[in-house]
Design a binder for this molecule. Structure first.
Ligand code: G1P
Length: 291
């Protein structure tokens, strides 16, 4: 199974991150030195994906621009002899090909993926949710691609979440047929606490086959009145063509303030120059309890 494209839906408002996102797309909020979306694109790139399909809306062109050259800035850095910064800035522009498609009305994640139909046509493709960040030895999407290729099937990434958080996710139910890999039987989007069939929650990583479009086109509004990708995936599960893989690594939901701030600290702590000073400052702050 060849997967060259990743669909990244970025049309949403980011209401959880207001007022920071009043005029800045939530995908452009920085985590340490890079915007959130760059981490997602780097994960895709390191898994051999070379084309990003951004499903966008108005006021989001800044995301496309981030992955393009900024010649004025490059010239300035060159003139000033800042060669390392220049290289970093150029690398971002050359990372991937960008295709942008418009989601003119935001009807849900399923609808966003459907907007990419004309671009993905009859190829298998990945979907990565723009504010779900995965870090670890193996890129999250690579773990899905490995299973998708060996089994020649669509795959969703899952993690185990506590019982009191199942209502924030799509939850799967299935049989584990080899360690960490499940044959998915049923999926339910954001089940009420106490009704979920398991604690295996879908994180924003998917490898999909073109047949998904057949199910996306037939979708009726689901939870929250939205066209849910999870509901379309039930179509593939009914045909015995959907697997789930339990992801290894750290995951951060950049739309949640605690997680967003933790991700910033996680990355900054990995920077040798900052590490010691940062630990010291945090230790000084903690006893203050916000004062
Ligand atoms: C979406 C999906 C959900 C998944 C989640 C992961 O929900 O619909 O199944 O568990 O992403 O982040 P959202 O967070 O967009 O409401």
């Amino acid at each position: 199974m060849e997967v060259r494209k990743v669909v990244i839906p970025v049309a949403g408002w980011g209401t959880r991150s207001l007022p920071a996102t009043k005029n800045i797309p939530k995908e452009m909020l920085p985590i340490f030195k890079k915007p959130v979306v760059q981490y997602v694109v780097e994960e895709a790139q390191s898994a051999g994906i070379d084309t990003v399909v951004l499903v966008t809306s108005q006021n989001k062109t800044i995301i496309e621009d981030h992955f393009d050259h900024n010649l004025t800035l490059e010239n300035l850095l060159e003139r000033k002899g800042k060669s390392q910064l220049l290289q970093e800035v150029r690398d971002v522009s050359e990372m991937v090909n960008i295709i942008a498609v418009r989601q003119k009305v935001q009807l849900g994640l399923g609808h966003a993926v459907l907007c990419a139909k004309e671009v993905c046509k009859d190829e298998a493709f990945a979907v990565m949710v723009g504010d779900d960040l995965m870090f670890g030895k193996e890129p999250g999407i690579q773990q899905l691609l490995d299973v998708a290729r060996t089994e020649n099937m669509a795959v969703v990434g899952v993690i185990e979440v506590p019982e009191n958080k199942v209502d924030r996710y799509g939850i799967i139910q299935g049989e584990e047929f080899r360690p960490g890999v499940f044959r998915v039987r049923n999926l339910v989007e954001k089940p009420a606490i106490g009704t979920a069939p398991s604690r295996l929650a879908i994180v924003g990583r998917y490898v999909l086959v073109p047949e998904i479009f057949k199910y996306l086109e037939k979708l009726e509004p689901g939870v929250g009145g939205e066209l849910q990708l999870t509901d379309a995936l039930q179509g593939l599960a009914n045909e015995n063509r959907l697997l789930a893989v339990k992801l290894r690594g750290q995951r951060f939901d950049a739309g949640d303030w605690v997680e967003y701030l933790t991700a910033n600290i996680y990355f900054a702590l990995h920077d040798e120059d900052l590490h010691d000073d940062l630990v010291k400052r945090i230790q000084e702050l903690v006893p203050c309890k916000g004062r």
